[in-house]
Design a protein around this ligand. Structure first.
Ligand code: BJW
Length: 252
């Protein structure tokens, strides 16, 4: 077995040493954190939006026009996620939570992999692919079925929809205010595996304390990169465990 530690990365060491002095951390994640679990991202050449039209599949208007098409896409994703496992990046974030008295993970992902990796202080700001909502009553519940007939209907006869946040829909006020409060008081904010194209990332970062430490983890530079203190390039399934290992050496 090769027990050689990963090569030292001075950026990661410097970030870990800054984080070791902080009491509060907010982590914001996007589809990139789940890419190494085999789940597709949205943007980029391999992303969903290169193959599908977001207005057709992820908007209330698209659902009203063709609920069967939308359900077939969500059902395909449910099947893919069912066989996926959290990767070392998800697990490193669950461990990071234990290092900070104040901590919040805000994920845009609907796949549930952070919870599966044992993250506890977690907001799924775009909802969950494992919840459904009745279009008549507005009631929501957890549902892990893989369907055979589309569109999916409620027992009351009305359509069910995935309980996720589509384009043009508003964030749930209680979730957004919890996220904003945590970001406002956080001493450090990490933004991981997101293109930052959806408002929530730039909106929350703009609210981070003036003197909060900010770091981005991504495969490539994004529109967020110019405004952060640290840019850690590489697959988050590798860079996050490295960060955790550096941090654990400083504050076990
Ligand atoms: C790796 C990696 C590896 C790869 N390691 N990295 C103001 C008012 C009203 C409307 C708007 C407004 N501002 C903007 C809007 C319109 C719209 C919007 O943002 N449009 C922009 C696209 C221009 N926003 C909305 O409609 C939102 N609502 C809203 O803003 O309401 C106003 C409001 C504000 C405040 C309070 C109250 C109300 C709703 C947006 C809903 C987004 N929905 C989707 C789909 C539904 C969920 C689902 O089915 O999964 O959510 S779209 C899609 O984008 C999905 C994602 O969660 C989201 C973000 O994508 P993400 O995660 O960043 O993925 P990618 O693919 O873009 O990026 C992946 C990144 O990972 C890349 O950078 C890779 O390099 C990297 N990567 N592998 C590290 N191994």
């Amino acid at each position: 077995m090769n027990s050689t530690p990963p090569p030292a990365n001075s950026q990661l060491q410097a970030l870990a040493s800054d984080l070791a002095r902080k009491q509060s951390l907010v982590v914001i994640t996007g589809a990139g954190i789940s890419a190494e679990s085999g789940i597709s991202t949205f943007r980029g050449i391999d992303g969903y939006w290169a193959r599908f039209n977001p207005q057709e599949l992820a908007s209330p208007e698209g659902f009203a026009r063709d609920p069967e098409l939308v359900w077939r896409w969500y059902d395909e994703r449910r099947r893919q996620i069912l066989t996926a496992q959290p990767n070392p990046g998800h697990r490193a974030i669950a461990e990071l939570e234990k290092h900070f008295p104040e901590f919040l993970l805000i994920t845009q992902n609907v796949d549930g992999l952070h919870a599966q990796a044992s993250s506890k202080k977690l907001i799924e700001i775009h909802g969950s692919i494992w919840r459904v909502r009745c279009m008549r009553s507005g009631q929501e519940w957890e549902n892990r079925e893989v369907y055979e007939q589309f569109p999916v209907k409620c027992r009351c006869g009305a359509l069910l929809r995935p309980a996720v946040l589509w384009f043009g829909e508003s964030y749930q006020p209680s979730l957004i205010s919890r996220a904003q409060k945590a970001v406002n008081s956080a001493e450090a904010v990490l933004v991981i595996g997101t293109s930052g194209q959806v408002w929530i990332v730039s909106g929350l970062l703009a609210q981070a304390r003036q003197n909060a430490l900010t770091a981005e983890f991504n495969l490539e530079q994004t529109e967020t990169s110019h405004s952060v203190n640290y840019l850690i390039l590489g697959p988050s399934g590798q860079t996050l465990p490295q960060l955790l290992s550096e941090l654990t050496q400083l504050s076990p």
